[in-house]
Design a binder for this molecule. Structure first.
Ligand SMILES: [Zn+2]
Length: 211
């Protein structure tokens, strides 16, 4: 354990994913204490674990850590599904968010082009095609030369370490993304388009849930 400030703990290494890129932070346990949320720290790769009130830990303590895997797996499934959704709807993405029970993308598109049944059918096709997802890396400089790899306008890819991670779903999607994904689209399972709603002139929101 590197540092403790009140209920905020930083570790020398962690499996917790901090809130970022539209994806919620992990929850879980540090020893007997619950981790309610996880955030990025000031340094590039530092991760802050926010413990339940009253937690007592000291710098130098050794703790066993555990993420709430069931919840994280739902986040990974929905996150990967948004990559598919972004490929199914052919329009610029203006925003997005991933929770553990639903996720959405906002598109700059006309409402009448968003047809629930058509989107669901294409998503199910891609999910049941059992496509392997592939993380790869490129340098910051390479990313600058290929702006098309940054699809979500409101979410800047994690930079500053000299390289940026890409997620490739072969034949479907390739974009800069630092989030967590399932290894195969089949892991996503059955989804439904819960809602299609206008959130403004350039924001037409498509929300997915588990079916
Ligand atoms: Zn992603």
């Amino acid at each position: 354990m590197v540092s403790v400030q009140d209920n905020v703990v930083e570790l020398d290494r962690t499996v917790f994913y901090p809130l970022g890129g539209g994806q919620a932070g992990d929850t879980g346990r540090l020893g007997k204490w619950r981790v309610l949320d996880t955030r990025k720290g000031a340094a590039g790769d530092s991760v802050l674990h926010l413990l339940e009130p009253g937690a007592k830990l000291a710098a130098g303590d050794k703790v066993e850590i555990q993420i709430d895997w069931e919840r994280r797996h739902r986040l990974m499934r929905l996150h990967t599904a948004l990559h598919l959704l972004g490929a199914v709807v052919k329009a610029p993405v203006t925003g997005g968010r991933i929770g553990d029970d639903k996720a959405h993308l906002d598109f700059d598109i006309e409402m009448e082009k968003l047809v629930k049944e058509a989107i669901e059918a294409r998503l199910h096709e891609l999910i049941s095609s059992s496509l392997e997802t592939r993380p790869t890396w490129i340098t910051d400089a390479e990313l600058d030369e290929r702006p098309e790899l940054v699809k979500t306008m409101s979410v800047a890819p994690p930079r500053g370490e000299g390289r940026v991670r890409l997620l490739e779903i072969p034949g479907v999607d390739l974009q800069a993304c630092g989030g967590t994904h399932v290894k195969n689209t089949a892991e996503i399972g059955r989804l439904a388009v819960a809602r299609i709603r206008s959130e403004g002139k350039r924001n037409k929101r498509v929300t997915l849930t588990f079916a």
